[in-house]
Ligand binder design. Structure first.
Ligand SMILES: [Zn+2]
Length: 270
């Protein structure tokens, strides 16, 4: 599933391509036909990303809310607009560009109350400048669940996915099973700051890189990582491989129903 940095990149791209323009919105596949009809012909005011959620805000206080889920994907291009291929849920056409959305978990029209209700359900998003990490830290400190599960809980940290959760815990030297109640305010501030820096870099680069300068392929004179997620990381999808810091084999195990990766030596439990 795309993590928050991908959604923030999409919001930026869609703003650049379409904001300020009147757009033709349709649903070639038909499943979003009624919603598309509500915003068709309106001017796009702005776009917004919140965690893994994307909004297209149209004039007249209507917003299209998109959650890509596991299979959702956007494609776009300059004119001419091609004949729809496959199940195009939403098609957006402006003067200079078109955009297709296929396979999202959610594609629906919200009024401002519904949009705010969604924002209120979400935790702080490290990529938003208006984010307040304080309440998230308080929720974490009041929980006996693992910090790994808490970081993945979108009502606590919006936009953090599996790769960032695994990697930020490695960088902090924290065992992923550490209960939230043991994460003090200072430790939370550090985790939040690191997550924010990593995710901002993800937005800028369009891929997730989490290794410090001294652990890049160039610095270590090693081959770059080969993985469809790209990016240089410490533990994510590196089970059995040597930890880039200490050489110990990276471990893998399920936790909270998700794939957890960690270095048993750099992230000792207890
Ligand atoms: Zn290690």
């Amino acid at each position: 599933m795309p993590e928050g940095h991908t959604i923030h990149r999409l919001a930026g791209l869609h703003r650049e391509l379409f904001a300020g323009r009147a757009l033709a919105v349709s649903s070639p596949q038909g499943r979003f036909a009624a919603g598309a009809g509500l915003v068709d012909g309106r001017r796009l005011r702005d776009t917004e990303a919140y965690g893994k959620h994307l909004f297209h805000h149209y004039e007249g206080d209507l917003s299209v809310h998109v959650h890509l889920g596991l299979y959702g994907k956007f494609s776009d291009g300059p004119p001419p607009v091609p004949a729809p291929v496959g199940q195009v849920r939403m098609r957006v056409v402006g003067e200079l560009h078109w955009l297709d959305l296929r396979g999202p978990t959610a594609c629906e029209v919200f009024d401002p109350v519904q949009a705010q209700a969604l924002r209120d359900r979400l935790g702080a998003d490290p990529l938003r400048d208006d984010a307040d990490p304080g309440p998230s830290g308080a929720k974490i400190r009041s929980s006996t669940k693992s910090i790994f599960a808490l970081l993945l809980d979108q009502s606590i940290v919006a936009g953090c996915g599996l790769i960032y959760a695994n990697e930020v815990l490695f960088r902090a030297g924290l065992a992923p099973t550490t209960p939230g109640r043991l994460i003090g305010p200072e430790q939370w501030d550090e985790l939040w700051a690191d997550l924010r820096a990593l995710m901002k870099e993800g937005v800028a680069r369009g891929r997730i890189d989490t290794v410090h300068t001294q652990h890049t392929p160039e610095a270590m004179q090693r081959a770059p990582r080969v993985d469809r997620h790209g990016g240089e990381v410490y533990v994510y999808r590196r089970p059995g491989q040597a930890c880039l810091v200490c050489g110990t084999a990276v471990a893998r195990g399920p936790l909270a129903g998700r794939n957890l990766y960690w270095c048993p030596k750099c992230q000792p439990a207890g």
